[in-house]
Design a protein around this ligand. Sequence first.
Ligand code: 5GP
Length: 204
Amino acid sequence: MPAQPLLVVVSGPSGSGKGTLCKMLREALPELSYSISLTTRLPRGDEQNGVEYFFVSKEEFQKRIEAGEFLEWAEVYGHYYGTLCSSVKTLLQRGKDVLLELDIQGGRRVKQVFPEAVLIFIRPPSLEELSARITKRGTDDKAAINVRLSCAPDELQAAKSYDHVIDNNIKEQAFADLLNIIEREKSARRRGQGGMNSERRTEF
Ligand code: 5GP
């Protein structure tokens, strides 16, 4: 029997470096399929429709909620974000491993629908460092930065409910930890031990 595909959710506060780590992961593991979310926020910097996100109006997002198209959706930092059921289910049915980059509400919801999903939390070294990173990134205005930073303490609390927590102090080390988790989860599935249990929970 083929191994059960892996559904990986990566979360962490804005500025934790999860986007960079996910990008590195997708480059290192091209066989890992990335499900592109829909969002009502405007593109930032050089973001393109259909690459980072599908950028849609609030009206379109609302229609898709009513049509039951989302596996999960959430309001995050004042905008809507959602994962299409069709996108994730089609990939899993084809036996593909899937990567989702979601906020903590999305992570919780995915775990309810797919208890075997692997939830990975990216933790920044400190709130001060988080603030420095978001400011240095230069993609958000001051009001947006403040909204994102004000959510960070609650988001950090959610790390407790994740299967794995990676401290992103040094990017290369955090990336090695991420690869290591994925390899361990994949080999567990090859041995027919899909899903997480508390013994395999790791904090790096
Ligand atoms: P950003 O605006 O920085 O791209 O994303 C803001 C937050 O929304 C991040 O925590 C990101 O992981 C999360 N996010 C992106 N797509 C989705 C999604 O489809 N669902 C949920 N729940 N969160 C998402």
